[in-house]
Design a binder for this molecule. Structure first.
Ligand code: ZN
Length: 179
């Protein structure tokens, strides 16, 4: 078992390598790693650094979905718990977007406590990126649509961490008020 600091460092390292060259399309084209750093940072902040496996899973949360990394691979390097968390927040990309979105709403209440926290942190980061990118009218519509959906997913994830719930609410408020 890796120590907490090593676990988080190695997770950041693998995430950086696996997501190399990826950017967040239409959101200021930020490097993808910025999103992962933000999600991991939010999780570290709201748990006051008490859960290294959660923060490591934050770094790795999109590796199965977006980079072809397998759950087994993650389990081998980071342990079963981290691998299970990442697996839980992985969408089935063979489904069309509308169906994936619906499934996230329905499955959210059944996720483990840690997976729920990652889901909320992910939505916060995704909304912030859409605000930061100085959105066009079309992107504003996308932001509103995304925030509406994120609220439905997060409704099924709340209650595990009051600071995180508050951060999400503040972020949605900002999304609705930004010009
Ligand atoms: Zn993500």
């Amino acid at each position: 078992m890796l120590s907490g600091l090593r676990l988080v460092s190695e997770a950041a390292d693998l995430a950086a390598r696996r997501h190399k060259g990826m950017a967040r399309k239409g959101r200021g084209n930020e490097p993808y790693i910025n999103h992962l750093a933000e999600v991991a940072g939010i999780l570290a902040e709201v748990t006051e650094g008490a859960d290294a496996e959660l923060v490591a899973a934050g770094w790795l949360h999109d590796t199965i979905e977006d980079t072809g990394t397998t759950r087994d691979e993650l389990a081998q390097q980071f342990g079963d718990h981290v691998a299970a968390l990442v697996d839980e927040v992985t969408d089935d990309m063979s489904l069309p977007k509308a169906q994936r979105r619906q499934r996230q709403i329905e499955s959210a209440p059944h996720k483990s406590p840690g997976a729920k926290l990652i889901k909320i942190a992910d939505k916060i980061s995704n909304i912030r990126a859409r605000i930061r990118s100085d959105p066009t009218a079309e992107e504003r519509a996308d932001l509103t649509d995304y925030a509406d959906w994120a609220e439905q997913v997060v409704a099924g994830c709340r209650g595990g961490n009051a600071a995180l719930d508050q951060m999400f609410d503040d972020t949605v408020k900002l999304a609705r008020s930004s010009p």
